[in-house]
Design a binder for this molecule. Structure first.
Ligand SMILES: [Zn+2]
Length: 402
């Protein structure tokens, strides 16, 4: 048994003073250190520096670790310009080696990320994701709008997904990703959704990321028109927006971005039981706009996206960006919302038994240390986001990794 104490523990939206947690793989009890020692006299004591806060481990629901090796290759500022640069530099962007992917996992770990959702386009990240200490929801991606390639694209998806299912464990959860409405043939979409349902796998999809995507899906025009005509040789979108959304009607899905969704569509996502991953820095880098989180009723997480549209996978960098981007939301209210968007909310979205500190929950902790004694408990969420570069200690399943 282990006992960890800190000046503050984040429990159900509050910062509890001078308590401790008894834990092994899961949390056993929360009480004063003295009471816990009476219960578990042989426990190993883990101390934390003054002004430390124990948070549940953070969860980053959307990242592409296969795209971790391009820092000065891609064009930013506009989605289509970026996508064209991804296509033009395909050999460079998709030749990410294990050490770059391990560095990406390690960067997340050091910022307190104990679980993440990885979109796997090619399956080259499989070993890294199996061996990383974090809990990984491994989204095997299906993509391809060409009718003549349906069988080949499905076989590739099925092969990768089945392979990943062999490694399923508490820490590695195989899942399904449908790339997007504009890039995936409706037959592939329906087959992948059926596969996810039959195998009870989580589902994710990029949705309404850029203004160009919306224009293409609703009017078959705009900068996607030129892109598709030149790169792919087609002049009509693979799906209309309505038929794409309808395909997910009875399957709760984690939709990525949704920046260009209307209020009505955002409401519909809530009604259908879907959730959203909000990637503020990626959206800014690719000229996609701002997700109106004040209009979002569905549960949403804050996520980093991949290093192909970001400069770090540090969750605190992302939270600070979100804090600045949504400047019209009251600062303290937003800070608390943001902390929950990387703890309790994503745990629920992924169905993980973590994300809150309570008995029976998995012992995934991120301990951060404030630079000075906080004079009020109400502002700890804000000060955490403002002042933390890296976690002081990180535990996953009761084991210390940082
Ligand atoms: Zn993505």
């Amino acid at each position: 048994m282990n006992i960890i104490e800190a000046d503050y523990i984040y429990i159900q939206g509050e910062y509890i003073n001078r308590k401790a947690i008894a834990f092994d793989k899961t949390i056993k009890a929360i009480d004063t250190k003295e009471n816990l020692l009476a219960l578990y006299p042989d426990a190993t004591i883990h101390t934390t520096p003054p002004n430390s806060v124990i948070y549940p481990g953070f969860i980053n629901t959307h990242v592409h670790i296969e795209f971790s090796s391009n820092k000065t290759t891609l064009t930013y500022g506009s989605f289509i310009k970026w996508l064209s640069s991804v296509m033009t530099n395909a050999s460079k962007t998709s030749s990410c080696d294990n050490s770059a992917m391990e560095n990406a996992c390690n960067e997340m770990l050091k910022s307190g990320i104990t679980g993440f959702g990885a979109i796997s386009s090619y399956g080259v990240d499989l070993n890294v994701c199996i061996n990383t200490p974090q809990r990984v929801v491994y989204f095997n991606e299906i993509v391809g709008s060409n009718e003549g390639m349906i069988d080949i694209n499905y076989e590739s998806f099925e092969y990768r997904t089945k392979l990943s299912q062999k490694y399923a464990s508490d820490n590695f959860i195989p899942a399904v990703s449908i790339h997007s409405a504009y890039s995936t043939h409706k037959t592939l979409i329906n087959k992948a959704i059926s596969y996810a349902k039959e195998n009870k796998l989580l589902l994710t999809a990029h949705l309404l990321e850029s203004p160009g995507e919306r224009e293409w899906l609703t009017n078959a025009s705009g900068d996607f028109y030129e892109f598709y005509k030149n790169f792919i040789g087609v002049e009509k979108p693979a799906n209309t927006l309505d038929e794409f959304l309808k395909a997910f009607d009875d399957t709760p899905t984690h939709f990525i971005h949704c920046v260009q969704a209307t209020k009505k569509e955002l409401d519909m996502l809530k009604v259908k039981g879907h959730s959203i991953a909000h990637c503020p820095r990626s959206n800014r880098m690719l000229g996609c706009g701002r997700l109106s989180i004040e209009d979002v009723k569905a549960p949403f997480s804050v996520a980093t996206d991949g290093l192909s549209s970001n400069w770090s996978l540090n969750i605190f960098d992302e939270l600070r960006a979100a804090l600045m981007m949504h400047y019209h939301i009251p600062l303290h209210e937003l800070s608390v919302q943001l902390i929950n968007s990387v703890t309790s909310i994503p745990a629920k979205i992924f169905g993980l038994n973590c994300g809150i500190i309570a008995p029976q929950k998995l012992s995934d902790f991120c301990i951060i240390t404030l630079p000075d004694t906080p004079v009020s408990l109400e502002e700890i969420a804000l000060w955490t986001i403002l002042h933390t570069k890296e976690a002081t200690k990180v535990y996953i399943g009761g084991k210390q990794y940082v």
